[in-house]
Design a protein around this ligand. Structure first.
Ligand code: ASP
Length: 297
């Protein structure tokens, strides 16, 4: 049995160029060699990007790479090395379609591979360990010694080594996985609210397939923005309301044109504990597969 490591880029694979800027250069084989793991590992290079550029098409390809790896009965589990900026989104994107009992673990690094004290090798070693000894169903991330479920996880620090945390007080129940239908081509933007926001950003996305509203507090936006969201809902556009607050869930309590209670009565869907980024992946997956978005949120 061996662990399959799929590399996609990110800081874990980065070295500084002549101008000092970080770019992903290391291959999966080089990452595995640096990790000094004792496990049998094979590596494959699926991508070499900064994860802030990861598209839904990249997620489609990664879902397929994971599925293909797991066709091999001698694979004990899969590790995906990934940039941390959108690692939580990709982790949920894989989790929503992951039916296999074998583990899929995502990891990355906060310091580049050529740093004097890189965190990537230990993170990868721990992720390989977690993938080789299956204990948990579903997709997880392994970071700074902690293994967390994909659902509800978010990046909470820009530089600290322990950069990920759950938004929920305890792990969230996983919905039944859905078949992986292509996400590429779906237009599901995130619109951020601010105090006293006008309706411009909402009006700019009126032709989207679905919209994530990154609301304030427990799920509220200004009256003016709320009126634009109401128009979007009347057009039949699915709108999911997430919160810009890192901990806790969305609860539709408040009245007024932008209050969560009003938006919910008009058909907006609460994202629960999911961040706006994870809610976007869940809504896109629901739209692609034709299931009720509420079943994946
Ligand atoms: N910008 C990097 C990325 O997400 C950050 C990291 O990997 O930590 O690809």
């Amino acid at each position: 049995m061996h662990v399959m490591v799929i590399s996609t880029g990110g800081t874990i694979a980065c070295t500084a160029g002549s101008d000092g800027a970080l770019v992903p250069t290391l291959t999966a084989a080089e990452l595995v060699a640096q990790s000094a793991t004792v496990h049998e590992v094979r590596g494959v290079d699926a991508n070499r990007i900064d994860s802030s550029s990861a598209t839904l098409a990249d997620l489609d390809r990664l879902r397929e790479a994971v599925r293909t790896s797991l066709l091999d009965a001698s694979v004990a589990g899969v590790v995906v090395t990934h940039g941390t900026d959108s690692l939580a989104e990709t982790a949920l994107g894989l989790d929503l379609v992951h039916r296999d009992p074998r583990p899929v673990i995502l990891t990355g690094a906060m310091r580049p591979a050529d740093d004097a004290a890189p965190d990537g090798p230990a993170n990868l070693r721990g992720a390989i360990e977690a993938a080789a000894h299956p204990q948990r169903a579903g997709v997880h991330i392994h970071f700074d010694g902690a293994t967390l479920p994909a659902r509800g996880v978010m990046k909470v620090a820009t530089t600290a080594h322990d950069a990920f945390a759950l938004a929920s007080p305890r792990p969230l129940p996983r919905p039944m996985p859905v078949p992986a239908a292509p996400l590429a081509g779906l237009d599901v933007p995130i619109v951020r609210a601010w105090a006293g926001a006008d309706g411009r950003l909402v009006e700019a996305v009126r032709d989207a397939d679905g919209v994530i509203l990154e609301a304030l507090g427990s799920g509220n936006v200004s009256s003016e923005m709320g009126e634009s969201v109401a128009a979007l809902l009347r057009r039949g556009t699915p709108v999911v309301v997430a919160s810009s607050v890192p901990h806790g869930d969305v609860s539709f309590s408040y009245g007024g044109a932008g209050g969560g209670s009003t938006l919910g009565a008009l058909g907006a869907i609460p994202a629960g504990y999911l961040s706006a980024g994870q809610a976007r992946v869940a809504l896109a997956t629901a739209l692609a597969t034709g299931v009720d978005p509420r079943s994946l949120l």
